[in-house]
Ligand binder design. Sequence first.
Ligand SMILES: C[S@@+](CC[C@H](N)C(=O)[O-])C[C@H]1O[C@@H](n2cnc3c(N)ncnc32)[C@H](O)[C@@H]1O
Length: 214
Amino acid sequence: MNKELRDKLGVNENNPNDWFETLYSESNDSGSGVPWANMAPHPIFKNWIDQSSPLKKEQTALVIGCGLGDDAIELEAKGYNVTAFDVSESAIELCKKRFPNSKVKFITADLIEGITEWRHKFDFVLEIFTIQALPPKYEAILIKNVADFVAENGKLIVITEVQTQKRIYENGPPWLINADYINSFEQNGLKLISNTTNNETEVGEEIHLSVFKR
Ligand SMILES: C[S@@+](CC[C@H](N)C(=O)[O-])C[C@H]1O[C@@H](n2cnc3c(N)ncnc32)[C@H](O)[C@@H]1O
């Protein structure tokens, strides 16, 4: 993305959250103007969860950067006790408006700051396209904070687009991540169980679905 478009969107490396609130506050419950809004679960995640074994007992799930909430609703339908958060208050209001009968706890919170009371708390954590939505200088803290949410024996799913080119601020958003994100999660106490890749990307070279376990 060039500087002109970045400036138009209000993207700022030192206030990286603000433009999301602007975008969602100008949107509505049809997701107009939100480029990533599928208004349905992410198809790669949906395919993965439909093939997973049904839950034997209730488990907790956390959806990171939940946007308009469809992935959280999918997890609720599969029997999870779901918490979902986004840094944008307007996104969270739209989730509540779209799904008034859901028991999902939709919460405004900031992944860069982290949420200490959620440390090792969730059996299942889902991260789709949030790390790549934030400038490269936050990568280490984002990965640490995502990994921290995963409970003992819990699972993390990361869906992300990957590039071999070095991440630099001038090229984003999005700031596609490099494949060494896998090592970073492992250095934060998780172990890679599987990594599925395909080439049906929007901007990157590959799209990954990685499953980690604590
Ligand atoms: C590219 S969108 C992806 C949304 C959703 N996961 C999906 O796949 O449709 C990135 C999301 O992360 C949220 N986000 C950005 N910065 C965040 C932060 N610091 N903490 C929590 N959420 C954040 C944005 O508001 C946006 O909803």
